[in-house]
Unconditional design. Structure first.
Length: 223
């Protein structure tokens, strides 16, 4: 009986030691597992946070690109509009210079002054050339202005009127030049009427130019 009790006691002790050992082994294992799970959770949270930051950076970058594009587009539109205005203003100035030269020449002739033909031809050839160049630049905006006959024989009314006034003035200057030493003759009514017609055409043309300044993308317009 004593041997049986001893064996039972020994078995109990072994079971206790084994249980203690298992507890000692499984305890750290569970702790390590929990730590691993906690670390995995933190890593996942960190990954999700980084993904959120990357998404935010991407959105911000796209928004910045959009704003830059909008700014560049608006700036380009402003610059294009300004260039258009500059070309129209330039065209108006050269047209005005031509008209002023016509009026000034008429005033000199009516005052009895002699006008040199060579100087007359040089001045009006330059004014006509500058007007043609300004009209050509307006074609960049889809605005067609002809200061000379086109294939249909059409000329803008203003240029037709100023060209006629210029030609009649030249005829009078040529006539005076053919009579050296003789006082300049009176300016014919036809010449004065042509100049007045050119001035009237110029006034009508100013209205058209102001309309042009308010037009965007209206296509080709014939003046």
């Amino acid at each position: 009986m004593e041997d049986g009790n001893a064996l039972a006691t020994l078995a109990g002790a072994l079971v206790g030691v084994l249980a203690t050992g298992l507890v000692g082994w499984f305890g750290p294992l569970r702790l390590q597992r929990r730590q691993a799970e906690a670390n995995a959770g933190l890593q996942e949270q960190l990954r999700l946070h980084e993904l959120g930051l990357e998404e935010m950076r991407t959105r911000n970058a796209l928004e910045l690109q959009r704003l830059q594009y909008e700014h560049e587009r608006e700036l380009g539109a402003v610059q294009s509009a300004q260039a258009r205005v500059d070309r129209i203003v330039c065209f108006r100035l050269v047209g005005s210079a031509w008209m002023q030269a016509i009026v000034a020449t008429l005033s000199r002739l009516e005052a009895g002054e002699q006008v040199e033909l060579a100087a007359f031809d040089e001045e009006f050839a330059r004014l006509r050339r500058e007007t043609d160049e300004a009209a050509a630049r307006l074609m960049l905006d889809g605005v067609w202005v002809s200061s000379a006959d086109d294939e249909q024989g059409m000329t803008a009314p203003l240029f037709a009127a100023m060209a006629r006034a210029t030609e009649l003035l030249r005829r009078h200057v040529v006539g005076d030049a053919a009579r050296p030493g003789v006082a300049a003759g009176p300016v014919p009514a036809e010449v004065r009427e042509a100049v007045r017609a050119a001035e009237a055409a110029r006034e009508r043309f100013r209205t058209t130019l102001f309309e042009l300044l308010a037009v965007e993308g209206a296509g080709v317009r014939r003046l």
